[in-house]
Design a protein around this ligand. Sequence first.
Ligand code: FDA
Length: 435
Amino acid sequence: MHHSTPTPFPSRPSPHRPSAEPASQTFDAIILGAGAAGLFCAAQAGKAGLRILLIDHARKLAEKIRISGGGRSNFTNRDLDPRAPQRHYLSQNAHFCRSALSRFTPQDFVALVQAHGIGFHEKHKGQLFCDHSSNDLIDMLDRLCQQQRVQRWQHCRIERVDFQPAADNAPEHPPAHGHYQIHTERGLATAPRLVVATGGLSIPKIGASDLGYRIARQFGIGLIEQRPGLVPLTFDAPTWHPFKSLAGISLPARIATGVGKNATHFDEDLLFTHRGLSGPGILQISSYWQPGQPLCIDLLPGLDLTASLQQARQHSRKLLANELAQWLPARLAQTWTQQSPAWQQPIDQTADKALRQLADSLQQWHITPSGTEGYAKAEVTLGGVDTRALSSQSMECRQQPGLFFIGEVLDVTGWLGGYNFQWAWASAHACAQAL
Ligand code: FDA
């Protein structure tokens, strides 16, 4: 495959900056994207003695780490089982991530965090957060890179990526298949290995771009269609009208979608918003939800509401809404019962059928989202570079030697709860070992 034809990338106006670097430099490997995966890969590869250049177009370093986990970064998850990655990761190639995840585990990252004196705590379901701030993590990664003399061109626009195949008689040691030439606003950088760690499409305002996907296309590597994941769900105005006033209410729920072997559910909190539903349970199910499919929500998981209401009816004369308020937030109980005149009676005057219908409406609430809040609010991007084109050992493209993809740009998407960062660390580690 010959790829010396330049691919034009759309340009943005370049701020005038004096050029400190020489016009062209050569490295052992160039990493595009100084986020979680890029920084960790650079630090590891630098430790092995390689001359590494990291390039990122964002003004500030690793903004996504900074804003993650509400500013405290949920950096891994103790519950991850690398032998069963499909439990916590979505991918068209379910077992691809197993090798990398088992060679660099949550315990390995925890050991690193501990060695750097960063305090952390477990919050919920194995999720580990920084005690103080996600800046501690960024500083650690930055320090590791500096110790290994990783060069970083930050706030540097990448203009073009070319590949020059090696001449048959090239005197290279070790033999290189060719060279990647990265044209940037700071000049040309060249290396026999290129690592693409440019992440997904979520939160464009802090630097997300489709560069990684464009590079994959340029080299004939397949893509799995991308869509927002871990994202709030929205509803059309008439569907949402009865629930609009519930914005701000949060409660535990069982949220399900899909049928047959595609059925999935999460037992997590659900949050009502002005435009629809959010909260951890909704973010989790959003990665599995397919447009047009309904959600089935149980707002009182673990309770037999029909039986509980029938029992209450034997001794209570309260309005149904007031009775319901012993299990549900009062504002929710009030609003919910307004949906039917039959539910606005004292409980002792409410027919059995109406009680049953009320219980069903709360415990088998079928509602179909019209869409999602999109990449502006999504924590991750589903889909991406098709992992079937890559070695699961090294993250290197089989058809294009020297080209690697790591982190979220790949079609590997974790659950909420630290699984996405663990994939970034593990895939970066696997790649660094192979550089
Ligand atoms: P990442 O996005 O970290 O880095 C990509 C880098 O490439 C960026 O620095 C970007 O500027 C750069 N880049 C992109 N296009 C470029 C271009 N054209 N030229 C040059 N550079 C370019 N996960 C988790 O496990 N726990 C959590 O708590 C959270 N919380 C969270 C909150 C929010 C609000 C979001 C949006 C996301 C999370 N995540 C998360 C997800 C997690 O942040 C994400 O999966 C990882 O950061 C992915 O790491 P990468 O290194 O692959 O991409």
